[in-house]
Structures are given as C-alpha cells and as structure tokens.
Design a protein around this ligand. Sequence first.
Ligand code: IVH
Length: 675
Amino acid sequence: MTSTIKEKVEQLRETIRYHDRKYYVENNPEITDYEYDQLLKELRHLEKLHHELITPDSPTQRVGGEPLTQFPTVEHKLPMLSIDNTYSDEELKEFDHRIKRMAEIDAHKDIEYVVELKIDGVAIALWYENGLFVRGATRGDGFKGDDVTANLRTIHQIPLKLETSAKKQKIPSILEIRGEIYLPNKEFQRLNEEREETGELQFANPRNAAAGSLKLLDPRITAKRHLCIFTYAIGYLEGMDFKTHMQCLNFIRGFGLPVNPHTRLCKNVEEVIRYCSEWDKRRRELDYMVDGMVVKVNSLALHDQLGATSKSPRWVISYKFQPEQAVTKIEQIVVQVGKTGTLTPVANLTPVLLAGTTVSRATLHNFDEIHRKDIRVGDHVVLQKAGEIIPQVVTVLKEKRKGTETPFTEPSICPECKEKVVRDDTEVYLRCHNPFCQAQVKRRIQYFASRDAMDIEGLGPALVEQLVDKGFLKDYSDIYNLKYGDLVNLERMGEKSSSNLIHAIEESKKRDLDRLICALGIHNVGSHTAEVLAEHYDSLDELAKATQVELEGIYEIGPVVAKSIVDFFQNKHTQVLIEKLKADCVNTKKLATQKTAKNRKFFGKSFVITGTLKKYSRKEAETLIKYLGGRVISSVSKKTDYLVVGEDPGSKLDKAKEFNVHILDEEALEKMTLD
Ligand code: IVH
C-alpha cells in the first residue's frame, strides 16, 4: 500500500467532515450536493479497493450493515437526572429566591442564567474517547440506558470524530456530551404520510417518532428518518475545567456539535422571564417542537454549591409552556379509504384558530378511539396541538351536549365502493378488500407516481383524482397509455404541463427494479423492503415466483411481509397489471447499477466475532464481512456459519464447538476474503 493512498483517503475524510459541518450544523453549505456526492463516491471507491484503510470514524461508515437483536444496556458514568418544572413567572422568581437563600447570596444581587429552548425529543449521552465517538445511550431510568450507538451514528450532525474549529482547542481524553434527539416537523409529516400509505400506525407527535426511530434495531431504517440533535450540556469531562455553563456550550460548539442558536445569557431573573415569554409566543417559528424553556445558573461554582436532590439538580429549572387548546364543534365524521383499503375516520370541524393555523379537520385515528372518547357528531371538543403538529381531540365537553348529538356508527360497508369491510389482523383497523374500490385505486395510482416510487413529476393527487373520475385511469398501468390530448383539456393543465408530463411518464419506464417493486403497492412493502427484495431478485418475474419459505429466508423479511408478497403475485388482477406494464415497456429487470448481494462472497453467511483481533478492530472486521455480503450477529446459534476467534475468546467458542460452527482465526478469515 502506498502511503499516498492513505493520505488521499485521510484528506478526503477531512474535506467531507468539513462539508458535513457546513451543511448539517451551520446550515451554510459551500459546495453543491453533487460535488459532495462525488467526494463520498471517491472515498467509497478507495475504501473498496483498500478495506484495510476503513476506520470506524470514516464518513462512509455512518450506516452499519445488519440489524441488532437487542440494545445492550449502558450504565451512565454520572446519572442523567431530570429537571423540576415550573409553569409561571411567580415560580421562576421563587426559583431565583431559593437559589439566593441556599447559596447565601444577597437578595438584591443578580444571578446570571443561561436560558435555552426545551427541545421536545429524547435525551441521550454521547461518549467520546480521544475524540472518537464510541458510544451513545438513551437516558433510560437515569442510571442505565440503551446503547443506541449504531442509530446515533446515522445522524450527520453528530461528528464521528471531534475536530476543532479555527482556534485550536484541545481534544479531551474522555468527553460525554448530553443532548436531545428530535425529528424536525417536516420530517415528522413526511414520515407519517409515508406510514399512511403503507398502512402502518402513525406517530402521534414528533417526540414519539424520534423515540421510535432511535429504538429501531435496523440502523438502515433509522438513517432514512433524518433525525437531528441539539446538545446542551457536558455530562463528563476529564482534564479540563470551565467556570461557566456558557463556556461549556461554546466548547461543545467548537467541536461542531449543534448548540441551539436561541440560547441566551440573561443577567437576572427578570430578563429570564422576559425571554421565556418571548419564546412562548415565538415557538411556532421553529421547525421543531419545544415544550418550554430551560433555565440554568451560569456559574459552575454555584452548581457545585447547590448540588442536587435525588431527582434533579438545584441549579436548573424548566418553564413549561401551556399547551395551546381551542374549543370547536364536530360538524361531521367522514371515513377516508387508504391505498391498501384502510378506513380512517376524520372529523370535519367548525374552523378554529389553533397555534397559528386554522384547523378544520382532525384525524380520529381509528374507530376504537371514537368509542373510547365517546365522540359524537355535533359535540363540542377540546383540540390540542401542543406536542403534536396534527390537531388532536383531547376531550369531549359533555356538559355542552344538547341531546341532539349523534353517536357515530362504525361503517360496515366501504363509503366509496359499498363493499363489506372487515377488521384486519391488528384488530384496530377496518379494511375494504375490494381492489377496484375507486378510493383505493386513486391512492394506489398516487403512490405509484410518488417520489419514492416511480417518481413521475407532475402526476400529483389532484390530477390523479381527475383522471380516475373522467375514466382515463382505471389502474396504474393505464398511466402508460395516457395521451397528450387526454391531458391538455383537463383543469389546471396546459400545453407545457401536458407535454412535460408525457415526457416524465416516458422517463419513468426506465426506473430500477426496487422502485417498481415499491410502486406496485404490495401491502407491507415500502421503499426499504423493496430495496431488500431488489438486492435478491434480478427481475420482477423472479420475485413473482418466490415462495413464502424462500422469501422468509431473506434477512429482514418476516412471515407477514412474505405472505403479503406471495398473496400479491398470486392475485389474478395483479398478474394482468404486470403483463400490461411489461407490454408498455416498463422496465422490470434490475439495471446494472443496482447492488446484487448474491454476487458477493459472503452472501447468506452469518458470522459471530469473539475475543480481541490483532490486525483489525472489531468494527473493521465487521465492515469487511458485511461489505462482502455477510451478516455479523452477536450470538452463536445452530444457524451461525462462522465464528471468528481472536485472543481471549469468551464462551461463544464453546458454543460454536457444540453446534459444529466453522471456526476461523484472523488469518483464515483474511484468506477467505482474498480467495
Ligand atoms: S438540561 C440535569 N437542557 O428535558 C439537566 N434538558 O424534562 C439536564 N431537555 O431530560 C438536562 N432541552 O431530555 C436540558 N436545553 C435543554 C433541554 C433539556 C430538552 C430535556 C432533557 C431532560 C428533560 C427534562
């Protein structure tokens, strides 16, 4: 290996880290996405040729390969305490008095506070050793949390390696940083729309969505959620001292970790109160949820003096915002039908202003919810958007009932096609099973054309609605028979938009196999599962022939998904659709660019690693195996193919012998990779 390649790799990594910081943290990119992708591509290429150069902190190593089976438990070096809440200006003044009393400070003197936004997300601790991100954990019970490192690595705002900004600051040997993981509102909405399409349960609010995303065992899915972070404290630090909390925040910011820009130093409690009430009004300007403010004493000497109770430190308090609520009337309850036939009840409301927007509709989620809350048409209800962007019915004001309100009866037939509906396996949803149901047809066509699927620009929901109503489209295969003349006379369509759309439809015929699989709208198969399937099958025909057993053998495909796939392809209606797509020259084969797991050397093989390896770090060995198509799992079972043994192996070696698992030392593994 020439040292110039190593240098080139290091140089590329540094450049990418620099641009990551510009893009993800400072919101101030200096290069285009294309230029950035080229840098990453070049690095990937060099690492492919020289796996020995792959290091865990390389920007290519953010998304790990295989899912975990569970999260290991981590004990926090110092407990992650919670914060006491206050709800009024008076309580904030009491907090200030209490501190002065306890620290024996003159009541007329001012105490400096740092006031931060209280991000409504999930608390985590990031552990860095000599500048490398080695572990990240959730708060858990405050003493022990879950090791969610693999998921945290997918967050681009978290540096895998700490680098200092212009004025060089020392990298501490140990540094634990605490912060909050959150999902921006836009991402939350996108995720819920996607889940509605695939018939999955929606998240009630961005916090739940962030928590759920952090607890996914497969980091590849987490990576698609685009989680973000704000850091707000040092949990543990060796070899350095600061005088104020503000200095701590500047120190963290110096390493390129995001610190909320609306953090303010206030010189006394009056300023604190003013700043809190300013944000109570302004919080809707933000693209993330905040549920209050956090007020922290600035002097660290005072922190030591004040100490903590068993629950929370005495130098910090939160000021919680009142959730905004509004009362309105339920005019009507309508039932919507989704792409896979799921029925969702939605309330049409007398329009009311709530948290900055006029609300006239609220989802009631499912029919059980209507029963549980006893929601009736004509009822006055309390709406709330506090932790939620989507308005929710909190309670029914039963005292306002006049007796004319009518209970809602669960539909027994589909509101669109009048076919009988049935409760699905989850027991929560009602579903219409008629594949020709107009509502489902529309949703399916919309999904087929959407960005993650065939990406037909210009074929949005409103146009699909018109095309189905006018009889131009009966299913998604009809898209390929649309003519310019069909489009140009439609509402809101002109010559340019019509010819653009015809061009976009033509272009979509060349999409790769994974997109087509996704677009078909197979129940339980979203874009990620479609990618997995396209890794294993070279064409749609091959996939259509796959048996339930064969599909279940694919990593990540469980029995429910496998059954959905088999059912889909056995359906006569589906078979006709696919033949029509083929006749219209829609590509149904894998293009050369798509990854083929099968061609990789370790495809289908599972590995367990035990003991300390000499030549590779454990992460490097894992990366190597996964790169060659293998899976790395944590425990030995009968199904394990290979055990890689380093020095001081644990009990896994005995187990492997018992199950007759092939045992490899480091050299044998290396030889296999080179053969
Ligand atoms: S400081 C001991 N600062 O709020 C103090 N917490 O209700 C450590 N939170 O568990 C936390 N924004 O998850 C702090 N700017 C902020 C925060 C914040 C959100 C969360 C954090 C904490 C919870 C307490």
